[in-house]
Write a protein that binds this ligand. Sequence first.
Ligand code: FES
Ligand code: FES
Length: 214
Amino acid sequence: MKASKKHNITRREMILGTAAAVTVTLTSSKIDHAGALGAPTEPKLVNLDVNLSVNGKKHQLLLDTRTTLLDTLREHLNLTGTKKGCDHGQCGACTVLVNGRRINSCLTLALQHEGDSITTIEGLGTPKKLHPMQASFIKHDAYQCGYCTPGQICSALGVLNEIKSGIPSHVTRDLTGKPEMSNMEFRERMSGNICRCGAYSNIAEAFEDVAAKS
Ligand code: FES
Ligand code: FES
């Protein structure tokens, strides 16, 4: 389990801490209900400094320890290209790259990424100089509403890295060699990125185009 490097808090400890705070609140609520002891106490907020490198720029932020990486990007750094869909790890709209690996930013706390290098859609290209994957999505008309698109593009880049690094998936035929840069591999690996508009076939074509040149 990954620990916050600077604050040395594991996720388990963080969850146990939150559970303890809830228990204390519930207990004091019960006592209050019985009319014994004053107003219920609020759980104490804890703010900590977190250092992140986002799209090559260093940031030091004072954050409530419960702040997700997604909310940090959107609400504290105004990087709204990363989308909030389900906020429960189900849709992939919030996918970003952390040290080159794709991750659902709604499922992780900013505190756990002390010192990490994060890349969002804003860090890939600009309207004048698009990243090849962005250009390929446009070329293949790989979106309709576009809400899932930043997550799809970040995830597609993560998939490219995974295949190049030889990380197998459930559909990799030969586990002794490198996985193929195939449509089937891509579809399997991108199964966590949901597109409500159903642009899947064009998204796969956009990926294949980039994969063929890389
Ligand atoms: Fe993170 Fe849906 S918003 S997976
Ligand atoms: Fe609309 Fe994917 S383009 S959700």
